[in-house]
Design a protein around this ligand. Structure first.
Ligand code: TXA
Ligand code: MG
Length: 307
């Protein structure tokens, strides 16, 4: 664990080499992906994975996503059936996580999968995460780089604010483009809505929203994405001393997308929640966001924030 404030390094070859060296020593590094910043460690090393759980204060029964460079690397850790191969071919690299049967010879630390017979795998598109995967040459376990129960980070400053001295090194490559966590699919079930929408998935496979019964995941707990202040949803105007996060025609103190674009709104969502938390107002209200497409992921995260 670091004794002082995290070192924030702008993305370049030197920074990636430093981060890879930390990973090789069994350390943890915060690194951006196209969804949110992740807290990465070598997925094969139990002590390294334990450091992720300790730094986040995350209950150890909640499994982590493993990041790899391509479908071939995914195939060394998990079994991809025909459905999984079609989804991978269409959406990897990108913000889609597949829950797949774990291979017996995968060599992952047990805590990564929390003892399940399945593993969540994602092939990220972001240059910083891909550079770190290339330089370290190992599969990287990485949950979102926030303390357990905090809002997910879409900027290096969010990581530093939430993790403080519990993360020694942050690779900074600006704001995350998608802004909400990856879509998680198990079989033909969407476990977590995200940037790869149900509509996009349906062009490849018939998929339906759902939940697993046996994984009590942090992303599936009502308060996982909660700001510190009470949140009221579907607000068309400010009530008293609220900080109003607007959308479209509902202007507010802040606006997710004045143009009413759900993709822009997703990219700004966690940033807006961070700003609302930091404001001088004691309550937060959020304007309604339409349900379709990316709206499914936004409304999912907003319901948790208000839950
Ligand atoms: O966009 C993302 O997915 C980010 C970036 C960093 O990649 N990561 C992320 O990780 O959101 P995390 O740990 O905050 O969320 C991972 C989710 C949790 O809800 C966890 O329970 C679920 O994935 N998960 C992991 N392994 C699973 C498994 N074998 N079966 C079902 N759910 C699983
Ligand atoms: Mg998370």
């Amino acid at each position: 664990m670091a004794a002082q404030a995290p070192e924030i390094l702008g993305f370049d070859q030197d920074a990636v080499a430093r981060a890879a060296a930390a990973i090789a020593r069994g350390g943890i590094v915060a690194v951006p992906t196209e969804t949110v910043y992740g807290l990465a460690a070598d997925a094969r090393v139990p002590e390294a994975v334990a450091r992720i759980y300790a730094a986040k204060g995350r209950p150890s029964f909640n499994p982590l996503i493993v990041h790899v460079l391509d479908v071939a690397a995914a195939g060394r850790l998990a079994v991809l059936d025909e459905d999984a191969r079609m989804l991978a071919a269409r959406f990897w690299p990108g913000p889609l996580t597949l829950v797949l049967p774990l291979r017996g010879d995968a060599g992952l630390a047990g805590a990564v999968t929390a003892g399940l017979g399945t593993v969540a795998i994602r092939v990220p598109a972001h240059r910083a995460m891909r550079a770190l995967l290339t330089a370290s040459g190992v599969p990287l376990a990485a949950p979102s780089a926030n303390a357990s129960n905090h809002i997910s980070p879409t900027r290096a400053a969010h990581v530093a604010g939430s993790m403080g001295n519990r993360v020694p090194l942050i690779l900074d490559d600006g704001a995350c483009a998608a802004g909400v966590e990856s879509t998680i699919v198990a079989g033909r079930t969407i476990l977590r809505p995200g940037p790869v929408t149900q509509e996009m998935l349906a062009a490849v496979l018939p998929v339906a929203p759902g939940r697993t019964a046996h994984v009590s995941a942090p992303g599936q707990l009502a308060h996982h994405y909660a700001p510190r202040k009470p949140v009221r949803l579907d607000a068309v105007e400010r009530d008293g001393d609220e900080w109003l996060i607007g959308f479209g025609a509902v202007a507010g103190d802040d606006n997710l997308s004045a143009a009413g674009d759900p993709v822009e709104a997703a990219a700004r969502l966690f940033d807006a929640l961070h700003r609302a938390d930091a404001s001088d107002r004691v309550r937060i209200a959020v304007a309604p966001v339409p349900a379709g497409g990316m709206g499914a992921a936004i409304n999912d995260r907003l319901r948790r924030a208000a839950g």
